[in-house]
Design a protein around this ligand. Structure first.
Ligand code: NAD
Ligand code: DAU
Length: 339
């Protein structure tokens, strides 16, 4: 079996490639990645020499490159992780989000139509459902919760989901979609909350919490997300959406305090800064469908996963220090300089 994994040099895609090569020795994995600021070949170093692995640098919006790769590889399965993923960047400059996340997905699905495919899996996000109020802990996102995106990022991901469903209905493309809550774990780019706070703590820099820090996210260890996608592509029903999340809601401020505690740093590093525009208050997934149909449950408890993650960043300073030493400095100054 040959699988094309797009965006595999990023956070979740790389973890998914490690998972597939480890659990499915019969599977050949071809990673297609543009290597934007968020992708790094150093992340894939451990699998570069694996005979079941191939890396191709290309843009999912580049029809010629994408169709050429399909012509060569004739993949059985495509899993699309490739995307612009950072909400704050989408607020700063939405255009590339619409291009990559919508038109890139279309290009991949057009190639799937032309060359035939057993499965096209779109990696989606719970952010397409908008947010939930903080004072209604009884409410959760289900697969039938209406789409109500808040940011240009989530609107672009919602558009991609709608397009994928339209390709299923109109052209019979065998599509599945997963919508996952916030992931954490190794190789997450240090612009996102958890790795940013770990890196800043380790460098004794201020910890910029947006607003009061009372926004709630539903955190899932990345390996649990990878197992969910593996189950969906093998046993999930075509044309279906599966929400993925593990009932692990945490307020941002509590996560930042926990990171300070684990690293022995003072909470006085915490600095409240201007809030994100349109900031979603609470995400919370109801995972009953994937549990009931596919038997999926998260395996890593947050208390263990966060310790493992912090330790990974402590042990792999070279990986993130290289990232934050370059263009990231300009990004950081622009986002946080006058906040
Ligand atoms: P990431 O930003 O860490 O990585 C994205 C990868 O996509 C990078 O390797 C980048 O080089 C590549 N890429 C970007 N544009 C490309 C293009 N035009 N062509 C080819 N490659 C391109 O992202 P992530 O956090 O690993 O997220 C992966 C997917 O999972 C995304 O679709 C995201 O929407 C979804 N998701 C993420 C989370 C989360 O918490 N991180 C949760 C739910 C869903
Ligand atoms: O829910 C899934 C989504 O989770 C994915 O689809 C996105 O790709 C992923 O980036 C993530 O989006 P969030 O916006 O929830 O993640 P982020 O790490 O950017 O922020 C998490 C929370 O922390 C959010 O409420 C904003 C806050 N925050 C973030 C940063 C970077 C801060 O308070 N300070 C910060 O410096």
């Amino acid at each position: 079996m040959t699988m094309i994994v797009t965006g595999g040099a990023g956070f979740i895609g790389s973890n998914f490639i490690f998972h597939m090569l480890d659990k499915h020795p019969d599977c050949r994995v071809v990673c297609l990645d543009k290597l934007t600021y968020a992708g790094s070949l150093s992340t894939l170093r451990s699998v570069m020499d694996n005979p079941n692995f191939r890396f191709v640098r290309a843009d999912i919006c580049d029809r010629e490159a994408v169709f050429g790769l399909f012509e060569e590889e004739h993949p059985d399965i495509v899993v699309n992780f490739a995307a612009e993923t950072h909400v704050d960047r989408s607020i700063d400059d939405p255009a590339i989000f619409l291009k990559t996340n919508i038109l890139g997905t279309q290009t991949l699905m057009d190639a799937c139509r032309k060359y035939g495919i057993a499965r096209f899996h779109q990696v989606g996000t719970d952010e397409v459902y908008g947010d939930l109020p903080l004072d209604r802990p009884d409410l959760f996102f289900t697969e039938s919760t209406p789409i109500r995106a808040s940011s240009p990022y989530s609107a672009s991901k919602a558009s991609a989901d709608l397009l994928a469903m339209a390709y299923h209905r109109t052209f019979g493309l065998p599509v599945t979609i997963s919508r996952c809550s916030n992931n954490y774990g190794p190789y997450q780019f240090p612009e996102k909350l958890i790795p940013l706070m770990i890196a800043n703590c380790l460098n004794d820099k201020p910890l910029p919490v947006y607003g009061e820090g009372i926004n709630v996210r539903d955190w899932l260890y990345v390996e649990d997300h990878c197992r969910a996608i593996d189950l969906i592509i093998h046993n999930g029903r075509v044309g279906e959406v599966y929400n993925v999340g593990g009932h692990n809601e945490m307020r941002n401020i509590d996560i930042v305090k926990l990171i300070c505690k684990e690293l022995g740093k003072p909470e006085s590093l915490i600095t409240h800064v201007g809030d994100r525009k349109g900031h979603d208050m609470r995400y919370a997934i109801d995972p009953a469908k994937i549990h009931g149909e596919l038997g999926w449950l998260p395996e890593t408890k947050f208390a263990d996963g966060i310790k493992k993650t912090i330790q990974w960043y402590v042990n792999n300073r070279g990986w993130w220090q290289e990232i934050i030493s370059g263009e990231y400095q300009n990004y950081y100054e622009k986002m946080y300089g006058n906040r």
